[in-house]
Write a protein of this length. Structure first.
Length: 199
């Protein structure tokens, strides 16, 4: 049984990776979160891209613990905002992780944007760092921004993101539906060969 550190304290991200591994039939991997290892200095997320931030987080975690480490940096890229909030998604309204404030600010910024120009994509970069080397992959989930929140599942911008292949928001999808289509699900699936090799 190999221990794989998921460089996050977000239980939903851990559960998502667990489901991806289970669906792929990968056994022998015990997922560990940051709250289960001794604290270490985590560098601030100052990268200009999702890839830079994910790789920095995974490198820090691997260096501090010696455990193979996977990290994700993800966010929402809105066409009408030139790809913003992007890497600033979690702190778009100023305070880190205030989902409601971030969502309301974004809706306000898009209030006068017509429906045909409300394109967006969720983006996830996932990095795996281990003794075997470093891998960075990217997944994208294309859709549009709704005019008001719908659904109470998911987190972050899920209630206002409507995937291109759906009439429901990401917050209205089941966990299995979301895993099959989401940006993080797509990125984690691209990491499966490396994760299978670790296991």
């Amino acid at each position: 049984m190999i221990r794989l550190l998921v460089a996050s304290r977000n239980a939903k991200k851990l559960a998502e990776l667990r489901r991806v591994l289970d669906t792929a039939g990968i056994n022998g991997v015990e997922l560990v979160s940051l709250s289960e290892v001794p604290e270490f200095d985590e560098a601030p997320e100052t990268g200009a891209t999702f890839e830079e931030n994910a790789l920095a987080k995974a490198r820090d975690a691997f260096a501090a613990t010696g455990l193979p480490s996977v990290a994700d940096d993800s966010g929402l890229a809105v066409d009408a905002l030139n790809g913003m909030p992007g890497v600033l998604s979690a702190r778009w309204s100023g305070a880190h992780g205030d989902d409601r404030a971030n969502l309301e600010l974004l809706l306000g910024q898009l209030r006068d944007v017509p429906d045909d120009r409300r394109g967006a994509a969720f983006v996830s970069a996932c990095a795996l760092v281990s003794a075997a080397g470093e891998t960075v992959v990217r997944g994208e989930w294309v859709g549009t921004i709704a005019r008001e929140p719908r659904g109470d599942g998911g987190f972050g911008y899920d209630p206002i993101f409507v995937p291109a292949e759906s009439s429901r928001s990401a917050a209205q999808l089941s966990a299995a539906e979301k895993d099959a289509a989401s940006h993080r699900g797509r990125a984690l699936t691209l990491l499966l060969p490396q994760l299978r090799a670790l296991a």
